[in-house]
Design a protein around this ligand. Structure first.
Ligand code: C5P
Length: 224
């Protein structure tokens, strides 16, 4: 069974997806971490994110692995390194590459073949798992999302102003929504959830209730 959670940065997808997966006993997949890990590898290799041939040559050598909520490049756990603002920006650029999208899309589908999955990103319900059993699209007002991101950056020790974070986020949202390949938009059959006024627990409760109402699908037992 596949559950997809898409939406813009700061809508709370990662936390919600992780907790929902935990409650259901499903595997959790954060596809943004995959794009970020590729961006880190691109940065390390000194490649331009628009050099499609260089990207295509790099991808098979990456040994990218998602395991238990952590992301690895070769055998190095890069889960924390990929949160750097420079990598955030590069990830957005790398995500425009057809080679990268195809490579990561295949990896994501492979993971979905072997396990019950809660997967989150921008294109999971539209492009990667169009036949998912349950689809959600999480949003929140731009101000709420920027505040959440700003608070996260503060905790990490970065001294951006709230206004800078809001401006960068609006730019990133616009580019994610307008990219020619796999632009971010809700799948027609996705349930829209505005998280602006909700706590994480309320959002997870809401999603879990939807999933359990639609299920049990034949032969799948959820954790009670
Ligand atoms: O969600 P997160 O901010 O970690 O994603 C990093 C970047 O990866 C986003 O800016 C977006 O451009 C890209 N992305 C994507 N498709 C996904 C997940 C992330 O294009 N499924």
């Amino acid at each position: 069974m596949i559950i997809t959670i898409d939406g813009p940065a700061g809508a709370g997808k990662s936390t919600v997806a992780r907790q929902l997966a935990q409650r259901l006993g499903f595997t959790y997949l954060e596809t943004g971490a995959m794009y970020r890990a590729v961006a880190l590898a691109v940065h390390r290799a000194g490649i331009s994110p628009s050099d499609e041939a260089a990207l295509a040559a790099l991808l098979p050598r990456l040994r990218l692995r998602w395991q238990d909520g952590r992301i690895f490049l070769a055998d190095q756990d890069v889960t924390d390194l990929i949160r750097h603002p420079q990598i955030t920006e590069l990830a957005r650029q790398v995500a425009d590459s057809p080679a990268v999208r195809q490579y990561l899309g295949e990896l994501q589908r492979q993971i979905g073949q072997h396990t019950h999955l809660v997967t989150e990103g921008r294109d999971q319900g539209t492009k990667i798992f169009p036949h998912a059993d349950c689809k959600f699209f999480l949003t929140a007002s731009p101000e709420v999302r920027a505040r959440r991101r700003w608070e996260e950056l503060q905790r990490q020790g970065f001294s951006f102003t709230y206004e800078e974070v809001l401006r960068q986020q609006l730019e990133r949202d616009q580019r994610d929504a307008q990219r020619s390949l796999a632009p971010m938009h809700p799948a027609p059959d996705a349930i829209l959830v505005d998280t602006s006024q909700l706590t994480v627990e309320q959002v997870v409760d809401l999603l879990e209730a939807h999933v359990r109402r639609r299920l049990p699908v034949q032969g799948i037992a959820l954790i009670p």
